[in-house]
Every structure is written in structure tokens, then in C-alpha cells.
Design a protein around this ligand. Structure first.
Ligand SMILES: Cc1cc2nc3c(=O)[nH]c(=O)nc-3n(C[C@H](O)[C@H](O)[C@H](O)COP(=O)(O)OP(=O)(O)OC[C@H]3O[C@@H](n4cnc5c(N)ncnc54)[C@H](O)[C@@H]3O)c2cc1C
Length: 292
């Protein structure tokens, strides 16, 4: 189906687009190439009364086997990055890893923690992604979003309601279109070294050779999710094609054509086992959506 110059695919699986390689079919799927196309798609969905689902790299998301109704929009083709002195303004679909690289090549520090996070700028804002002592909220100064009434709104840092893996977009249904990061000048070689150290630590601890969602659970107050899972003897436990990683207990890896439902079932099994053994409730950092 065509909407102006935009192709809208019907009955399409999300799995090939997902970092996890899982996800059921969606009614409609579109990949806008410009902000105008994104606006046209949102307008179309509103007219047709279709629910809208927005995705970056699907690196923090499990879509169940039954898929999603309505229009799913993948933003990975909106990926412009502009540098102006100490600020970088990046489209929502830009890779966080590329934005961190661009910052380094311009001698700007503040994004070294993001050098190994395989998500998009939009996903990082939505989740307030962070690692190794850094966090999105420390460097973002403004975000532009399209709101459910299709108006364009600019949010200042103080309006973004950042918290641990939380931003205002988890409540207001805004579609993030771009973000501005304000950074600090520093020596390129020092920035590169910090990025390399972070990425070395990541490769040493994390099962990066398999598709995953990174850490599945939020850090419970006073505990580490990975340690609780390890001490519950759950590493290597498998449901369908998804396994609790033997390398990092906080990760679940897709080792053999796992599905969204396998993911959800394994998450539930881990939550029940840890609750029974330690009386700690593990809350998911990963978002699980769609029909069973
Ligand atoms: C190997 C690995 C390592 C990881 N390490 C880390 C880490 O160190 N720290 C960390 O915080 N996370 C980590 N993650 C998780 C993930 O990469 C981050 O949460 C990332 O920010 C998600 O971005 P995404 O584009 O993949 O979002 P998606 O998974 O596509 O979406 C996540 C949520 O954000 C919403 N969303 C995405 N884009 C937009 C937008 N433009 N407007 C409105 N809503 C939007 C989606 O609707 C969804 O609800 C890791 C994941 C993997 C696979």
C-alpha cells in the first residue's frame, strides 16, 4: 500500500528488524525517510483510528508472537546528526553508538558510556539509557517530539521527568523526533580511550555474540538482578530458543530461533524462582508488548 511516497507494508514480521530477532507480525509497517513522512504516517493513523507503535532498534523490546495491531513505525532511516560547537543534534533513529563516535571525532566528552549501547537516540531518551556511571539525562538538553494531537513540542531537560530508566515519554505518548546533547570539549585520544575501556568491559562480561535485549531486569533496591539469578542456579535455563545467559545472568540470549513468547515465559520463570528463593521482586527493564 502507498501513502504519498511512503510504502506501508501489511502483515509483516518485526523479527528481522529487531536486535533480539524476535517479534510477531504487525498489521502495518512503515519506515519514514523524513520527518514530514513521519508526520504524514501519524496523520494517516489518526484518520484511520489505528494505534501507533514507534520503534528504534528494538534492542529493549519483546514483541509477543501474536504481533501488534495498527501501524508500527521504524525510525532507523531518520538518522541525521549535526554538530554545532559543543552541541550535537541527532534524529531519533540515529544509532547511539554513532552519535558517541561523532562526539569523539569532534573532541566532545560526555557520551563515552553510550559507545556500546546498540539502541537509537529515541530509545535512549525514552528509556533514559545509561551505563558505567553515565546516563542520557546527564547530557541531553532538549528533545523535540510529535504529540498525540500531532503538534510539535520542544521539551527542556527540566520537563523530561528523567528517572531510573524512565522519561516523560513513557506516559505522554509523544514520538521523539530529535534530541540535542550538550557536551564538553576534551582530548580526542582521552575520549577514545574511555570508550575503548567501556567497550572492553562490555565484551568481557556480556554475551555479545548472541541477539539479546541487554539487561532484562531493573536493578532491585539493594541487590543486583544478575547475582540473584546466578545464585538461584538459573544460568543456562532455556525455554524454546531463549536462554538465561551462561556468561551474564542478567541477559537472556536468543540461541535458537526463540520467540517473543519464549522470552516472556523465561522472564516469568526467572521472576517466580527469584521471588521464591530470595523474596525479591524483579521488575523488567525490557518492555513486553503485543498479543500472545
Ligand atoms: C547488548 C546490549 C547491551 C545493552 N546495554 C545497555 C546499557 O548498558 N544501558 C542501557 O540503558 N541499555 C542497554 N541496552 C538496552 C537498549 O539498547 C537501550 O534501552 C536502548 O536505549 C533502546 O533503544 P532502541 O532504539 O533499541 O529502543 P526500542 O527497543 O526500539 O524501544 C524501546 C522503547 O522506546 C520506545 N521508543 C523508541 N524510540 C522512540 C521514539 N523515537 N519516540 C518515542 N518512543 C520511542 C519504544 O516504543 C519502546 O517502548 C542494551 C541492549 C543490548 C542488546
Amino acid at each position: 500500500m502507498k501513502l504519498n511516497d511512503i510504502t506501508i507494508l501489511e502483515n509483516q514480521s518485526l523479527a528481522p528488524y529487531a536486535y533480539t530477532q524476535v517479534g510477531g507480525k504487525v498489521d502495518y509497517l512503515a519506515i519514514p525517510k523524513t520527518q514530514l513522512e513521519l508526520q504524514q504516517l501519524l496523520h494517516w493513523a489518526k484518520l484511520k483510528e489505528q494505534p501507533v507503535h514507534i520503534f528504534g532498534r528494538l534492542s529493549n523490546l519483546v514483541v509477543r508472537n501474536g504481533g501488534l495491531h495498527g501501524l508500527s513505525i521504524l525510525l532507523h532511516d531518520l538518522r541525521d546528526i549535526k554538530v554545532d560547537q559543543r552541541t550535537i543534534t541527532a534524529d531519533a533513529g540515529a544509532d547511539l553508538i554513532i552519535v558517541a563516535e561523532v562526539a569523539m571525532t569532534h573532541g566532545l566528552t560526555g557520551l563515552e558510556w553510550a559507545a556500546g549501547i546498540p539502541g537509537s537516540v529515541g530509545g535512549a531518551i525514552f528509556m533514559n539509557a545509561g551505563a558505567y556511571g553515565g546516563q542520557t539525562e546527564m547530557v541531553v538538553t532538549a528533545v523535540t517530539a510529535i504529540m498525540p494531537d500531532l503538534s510539535i513540542q520542544i521539551f527542556k531537560l527540566s520537563e523530561l521527568e528523567f528517572g531510573y530508566r524512565h522519561s516523560i515519554f513513557q506516559e505522554n505518548s509523544g514520538v521523539i523526533v530529535s534530541a540535542t546533547f550538550t557536551l564538553t570539549p576534551d582530548l580526542k585520544s582521552d575520549i577514545q580511550l574511555r570508550m575503548d575501556v567501556n567497550n572492553y568491559r562490555r565484551a568481557d562480561k556480556q554475551p555479545l555474540n548472541y541477539p539479546s535485549n541487554g539487561s532484562v531486569f531493573k536493578r532491585p533496591e539493594g541487590y543486583f538482578a544478575g547475582k540473584l539469578i546466578m545464585d538461584s542456579g538459573l544460568q543456562g535455563t532455556r525455554i524454546g530458543g531463549i536462554e538465561v545467559s551462561k556468561k551474564h545472568a542478567g541477559f537472556m540470549v536468543n540461541i535458537n530461533n526463540g520467540t517473543g513468547n519464549d522470552y516472556e515465559d523465561l522472564i516469568h520463570h526467572v521472576q517466580v524462582t527469584v521471588k521464591k528463593k530470595f523474596n525479591v521482586t524483579l521488575e523488567t527493564e525490557v518492555r513486553i508488548i503485543g498479543e500472545r
